[in-house]
Each structure stands twice: as structure tokens, then as C-alpha cells.
Design a binder for this molecule. Structure first.
Ligand code: C5P
Length: 222
């Protein structure tokens, strides 16, 4: 079985308000992106990694991959305006057809081998799997600083990456979304549009997405 990992890395990190996008900032003396790539690179079940970077940072990404000797990265693809466009470009660049595609955000450097293995196994069996966690806080719908209503949280989960799919399924989902101009904030929502069920694999609180300065400092960034 061949597994190809796609790593969307083309965000500008506007919420961080730093000159360099957050994926290039150091965490424990290595860029966030390198932590993420190292974990994917050492996953036994992943055969190939395709990195998707902003045009401006392709050379920087290439040099980092060389410096940290990340062998499974086969190519760096130029990203698009949105995450969805970036992933689409990564998918369309694939030549050596894999069985499984694992999509993981560059800005989630605390992913574990256990979650990678579990999500791949589930996708092999059911076609589509995403990492997620149930919600324990009470969720409100708010408008103009006033609560409009309370949402029943019983069936609510928040999802993370990796999001893992059979190759044909995710390719069809992205092509259909592109054709219908459907935009979603994650990969699973595009598969849901095909009426294909997506399994949830219980994730970890540690698998955070680095979003802003305050949170980056909390996890040891500088
Ligand atoms: O913007 P958001 O936090 O949802 O980004 C999640 C991931 O998608 C990040 O790793 C980011 O670099 C990537 N991304 C991308 N292309 C974009 C926007 C975001 O590859 N145009």
C-alpha cells in the first residue's frame, strides 16, 4: 500500500502578525514546518511527502528540507489563495498514484505516530477518516455580542488534521468542489458533499494548530 502525505504550508499567517509566516518560526530551535515534516518523514507507513508552499517561500522551503535532510519530500508545489486551492494543487501534481492520501497542516507540529497510524488504518477500512475531539464547552450562537441561542453540544466535535482518504475519493471530491465552486474549511467537508461517510478518530488536545503569537509562546516558540 502506498501512502502520500500532502502538507499545506502556503498560509501567510496573518493572525500571527509576524514578518515570516508562522510555519517558518523557530520552536525549540527548529522551524515549526521542520518539526511537522520530521514526524511525517519518520512514519513507516508514509512513502512520499508533497509540500505545498507559497511561491515566495519555495526556495526557503527547499533549503530547509535539504538542511534537515527530509528524504521523503518528493516535490514542493506552489500553493493557492486558500487552503482548499493549495491542497487541490498538491493533489493535481501527483504522478505516482497512491492508495491513500494523508493531509496534514504544516502548523500542527505535535502530531503523533499513533494518530498517523490510527487515521491511516481507519481510512483504509472506511475510505475517509479525520482526527477530532468531542466538545465539552457549552456552545452559543452569538450576534452583535448577544447570545442568540445555545447549541446542543451532544453531537458536536471539532476536527483537526490528519485527514486521510482513499486517493480516488479525495481526488473526486476536490474535482467536484472545484467544478461546483463549493468551498469548505477542511478536506472532509468536500467528501461529505459526495454523500460519502467520514469516520472520526479520537484525537489529542496536544495536536494544536499554531494560530497566534500568544499561543505560540505558550508552546515554547520564539
Ligand atoms: O489558515 P489555516 O490556519 O486554516 O491554515 C491551515 C494550513 O493550511 C496551514 O498549514 C497553512 O499554511 C495552509 N494554507 C495553505 N494555503 C493557503 C492557506 C493556508 O497551504 N492559501
Amino acid at each position: 500500500m502506498r501512502v502520500c502525505a500532502l502538507v499545506p504550508n502556503a498560509g501567510s499567517g496573518a493572525r500571527m502578525k509576524t514578518v515570516l509566516p508562522k510555519q517558518y518560526l523557530d520552536l525549540d530551535s527548529k522551524p515549526v514546518l521542520i518539526h511537522t515534516l520530521n514526524i511525517l518523514n519518520s512514519a513507516k507507513c508514509i512513502n512520499e511527502i508533497i509540500l505545498i508552499s507559497d511561491k515566495k517561500y519555495i526556495e526557503k522551503s527547499r533549503l530547509l528540507i535539504q538542511r534537515y535532510n527530509i528524504k521523503k519530500v518528493s516535490r514542493i508545489v506552489c500553493g493557492g489563495k486558500t487552503r482548499q486551492e493549495s491542497v487541490y494543487r498538491g493533489l493535481m501534481s501527483i504522478r505516482n498514484t497512491p492508495d491513500i492520501i494523508l493531509i496534514h497542516d504544516a502548523v500542527r507540529p505535535f502530531i503523533t505516530q499513533e494518530l498517523i497510524d490510527k487515521s491511516i488504518k481507519t481510512a483504509c477500512k472506511h475510505g475517509a477518516a479525520v482526527i477530532g475531539l468531542p466538545l465539552f464547552d457549552t456552545i452559543k450562537m452569538v450576534k452583535d455580542n448577544c447570545i442568540e441561542k445555545t447549541i446542543d453540544r451532544n453531537n458536536l466535535w471539532r476536527v483537526q488534521t490528519p485527514q486521510v482518504f482513499k486517493y480516488r475519493l479525495i481526488k473526486t471530491a476536490y474535482q467536484k468542489a472545484n467544478k461546483n465552486k463549493f468551498s469548505g474549511t477542511d478536506d472532509a467537508s468536500l467528501v461529505e458533499q459526495l454523500n460519502h461517510s467520514v469516520r472520526i478518530v479520537q484525537g489529542s488536545e496536544r495536536n494544536i494548530k499554531i494560530t497566534d503569537q500568544k499561543q505560540f509562546k505558550l508552546v515554547g516558540g520564539n
